[in-house]
Design a protein around this ligand. Sequence first.
Ligand code: GLC
Length: 781
Amino acid sequence: MKYGYYDNDNREYVITRPDTPTPWLNYLGDGGFSGIISNTAGGLVFDRDPGNFRITRYNFNRIPYDRPGRYLYFKDMGSGAVWSPTWQPVQAELDSYSCRHGMGYTRISSEKDGIQSEITYFIPEGKQYEIWKGTVKNTSATVKNLKLFSYVEFSCYIAKYDIECDWPRYFFDCRRKGNAIIFNPSDDFIREKRLLSYIATDLPIEGHDCARIEFLGTCRDESNPIAVERGVCGNSDINGDNACGSFCCPVSLAPGEEKSFVFTIGNACDEEEIKEQVASASDYPLVHEQLEELKAAWRKNSRYLQVKTPDEQMNTMLNIWHPYQCRMTFNWSRFISFYERGLDRGWGYRDSMQDVLGVVHSAPDKVKERLRTLMGIQKSDGNARTLYFPGTGESMGGGRSDDHIWTVFSVCTYVKETGDYGFLEELIPFIDGGEGTVLQHLKLGLEFTKHHLGEHGVPLFLGSDWNDSLSKISWDKHKAESAFVFFQAAHAAYELIHLFEHLKDTENTQWAKQYYEWCRSVEPVLWDGKWYLRGFTDYGEKYGTDDDEYNKIFLNPQSWAVLSRLPSAEKGNSCFENVKQYLFCDLGVVSHAPASSGIDFQKKYFFGMKTGIRENGGLFFHASTWAIIAETLLGRNEDAYSLYHRELPTVRNDRADVCKVEPYIYSSSMVGPSHERYGSGECSWLSGTASWMFLAASQYILGFRPDYDGVIIDPCVPLEWDGFSYTRIYRGISCTVQSPKLPVENARAKKIIVDGETLDSNFLPYDTIRGKQSVEIVVVY
Ligand code: GLC
């Protein structure tokens, strides 16, 4: 069953009924003053950091779900009918409804009883406020006397206090000043320049309420506020208690008449700034211009890769939604969505390090800045702290086995994309004192791994490896060993050999080669005969082995082994034949099989999560991306593409009732076949899937892979494709790649023709195209 369709011309997803199985989300803002909004206007607003600077409240995982939000109520004073033009929270049946999630904005349109409305929500670039730009039109033959009520609930900035403690309620006042309701939390515990939050409107105001209890009434909720029922607000200003922002605005419409209005939510240093912001937000031509600018900025963001393949669903993702998700994931790491609550996660070191991979081609400067920030929380022993909070600069955690290794891929990918070799020599402080060059940070990370080995010579799990949910494996004796980290380190060493050779740095090349040779000497201990183990348990037993009944084969060690280039082709193919046999399913690939649930050290059960969910036997899309890349490296074109295609969000649009989550972006996982909710998506939007799937699709399937001082053109596509083309902007040059149909299955590029000239390999040297505006590349198989 469908809940909407893709309007690719307008770069929007159109939701045609409000009762989606989960709230279908969009992001507003670009990492500064920002918000999240559902298809029925639920969600919240925050400034940079939803943990420390949360402006409005949202109740995560409560019933009724998706409350509160940015609400409007319409009351027809003639008939007494009450409805919400966004369906929630009143849920009165509407005569028509649509929600268009676009790039950086959401527009909800509806009609009821001869009243048509359209509200566009967005945050102008670089501004400290969100705009609700609305129109309301009388389509009936009689005069309509309406009252519009607004409703948002204010949060006292520090979300943890606001949710967990009662006392913040007593520290602020909230009162109407002219056309704004201003929430003023005490600077007693909030150290913030922009202390005032507000909601304002340009509609005539008849009354207002700042006290939640006055507006909603006792024993009521957002669906049936007493003020709306009565048709008047109580003009409550408050000192302490729960605060809301409600205006009551009379609107009279002759037949056919349309009126425009604006509501604004923002934060400011003082009342003067609020006035200025509200004046700009009510300047209609300016608001129109700002919305157009926003759309243009997002169009530019996806211009870096535009594809024309025979797979329409792939085109929709890569041309529109996938780069958008990559950018939002880059902005928010795993901090805030409708699943991540914006409290404790901040920017994860490992998560954000991977997120940069999805935007390095479109926002290299932002990536460089992010790399600096993240490396700044690495310690001088090479290990990194786990979390960073962008609003306050605080960091915490550490002691995990994988965090610091991700830096190698991110830095190498950045240098390959930009040619900014100078960055490698830049000095970056360590969080515990001292400083080192970027290269030193990378090397220290790998040294740390080599200094923390278990009894089989494989890196220890420590706090956890990439798979947090497997961390119990080392909770008894702290001796468990991780094949994931081992292959990750080997892959990193492989990358560094390539980098140092390119830099003609003989000393470091030797260091990286020695490291890789050490990995080569350890690899056999992890081979289980047909595939690679997941590691060794706390008691030194093999884990992820054919000898066991449960948890026999894991996906990640097979993928990362291939990525490390340590295994022979024979071993790599054996791994993936078994992946195909045990882990493939019609919707994609599962994390491992057969999955077991519960903790039992004797039986080697280490997953608390229920069988078939997320990392425990679910389809964990982040991990699928590495399998796709591995398949391309093994030359298995058909399997690589078929797995990629099966997991596209766009292929599940007509199964949205089962899949539940948004069909225009990747969720982090989907429940696996061993579970009764097979196919149900979990935890949408913020996931390492975004960046790595973008790499898998653009660099490995479509085969545009920037390398040092040039690009490897190496598509890995199925035989059924009749040819394809794409345009990729690389260092400011628009590179158009054309490919004919493959001559035979699994064919790979042998040569390329660049602006009519045939090169004798598939490597495009940067020097040959430097200074050009565009180049035409034809792939020869
Ligand atoms: C989640 C976490 C990430 C972790 C992954 C696997 O995506 O955000 O840090 O690596 O799960 O456990």
